[in-house]
Design a protein around this ligand. Structure first.
Ligand SMILES: [Zn+2]
Ligand SMILES: [Zn+2]
Length: 312
């Protein structure tokens, strides 16, 4: 029987569900007042996972031939099957995941898909299920194309992408402390709690997939500080448990902003600037509307640099 790599996460579903059931039961017994689980939140997360799995299965049909094209015509290396090639594939994909994830927080077009993963204000194993069916549209698959050029066959690329995501399920929990020694090499629950927090000092930090070394190398690492516990969620909160609203709200907001602003530079910023641009724009719009009683869009000065955004 041939193993179908695209179904790897579905095959692991019993393990994931057992962890969620155990964590919810354990927290109900030990910290019932903490409200770490809610039925509505967890059901929304599960619906998002199913939608994403269905979309992904379809998307791979279109994407695998693209990887095959690069593998057949442009591959630079030829690997002997064995541990060396598997380790290189794993490290290279994990690095590309870091790049993808960092871009997803700094480019609104990619954030429009990734925001789904961050819009819950809870943090538990089921939060890992919050994925977007729009990832293939946003272009996540493009980030793995270099692996085909490096000489890895499409099925191996799909498998390693899903193994990386499967590992990340286990860092979505509040049950474990700092795991300091493990954290020198691997992403840990403590590091990923920081990543899901909207406290100023934690925003845009700890992008790791499996290996934490990329954050340390590229200056995006920060420790979880017990005196500043993470507040989960996004800067502009989304008050819904509707999985379709959670999936499409940022796309709607992004295209509405692009249509509303004048000039091609501002339209490009609405689509591709960091999400902080949109938050600053929305805050200024709200301020303008409140003060004047009607919209004064023409009076808005758009933030163009990090410094300008920070003083807004
Ligand atoms: Zn993220
Ligand atoms: Zn996460």
């Amino acid at each position: 029987m041939q193993f179908d790599a695209e179904l790897l996460l579905l095959a692991m579903a019993p393990v994931f569900l057992a962890c969620i059931g155990w964590e919810a039961w354990h927290l109900h017994r030990t910290r019932p007042e903490a409200g770490i689980y809610s039925w509505r939140d967890t059901l929304c997360n599960a619906a998002l996972a199913l939608l994403q799995q269905a979309a992904d299965k379809l998307a791979w049909l279109a994407i695998i031939p693209v990887y095959a094209f690069f593998y057949d015509h442009y591959r630079l290396l030829k690997w002997q099957a064995g541990w060396v090639s598997l380790v290189v594939l794993f490290v290279a994909q994990d690095f590309l995941y870091y790049v993808f994830h960092r871009c997803s927080h700094r480019v609104r077009w990619l954030w429009a898909a990734h925001v789904v993963h961050h819009s819950s204000e809870r943090m538990n194993f089921s939060t890992a299920f919050r994925q977007s069916l729009m990832y293939p549209v946003a272009g996540m698959w493009l980030f793995w194309t270099p692996l085909a050029v490096l000489g890895f066959p499409p099925k191996q690329i799909v498998a390693i992408v899903l193994i990386n995501l499967g590992f990340q399920f286990f860092v979505h929990t509040q049950l474990f402390g700092s795991m300091r020694w493990l954290g020198y090499v691997f992403n840990t629950p403590s590091m990923h709690r920081v990543h899901h927090a909207r406290n100023d000092r934690y925003i845009d930090r700890n992008y790791a997939g499996v290996l934490s070394v990329w954050d340390r190398l590229f200056g995006s690492y920060v420790d979880e500080d017990p005196v500043d516990p993470p507040r989960y969620g996004i800067v502009e909160p989304l008050y819904t448990y509707n999985p379709l609203k959670a999936t499409f709200h940022e796309w709607g907001s992004m295209f509405a902003d692009a249509a509303r602003v004048s000039g091609w530079r501002n339209k490009a910023r609405a689509l591709f600037a960091p999400p902080a641009w949109a938050a600053a724009y929305h805050a200024r719009m709200a301020g303008m509307n409140d003060a004047a009683g009607h919209s004064r869009e023409d009076a808005i000065v758009f933030p163009t640099s990090r410094e300008e955004r920070e003083i807004l």
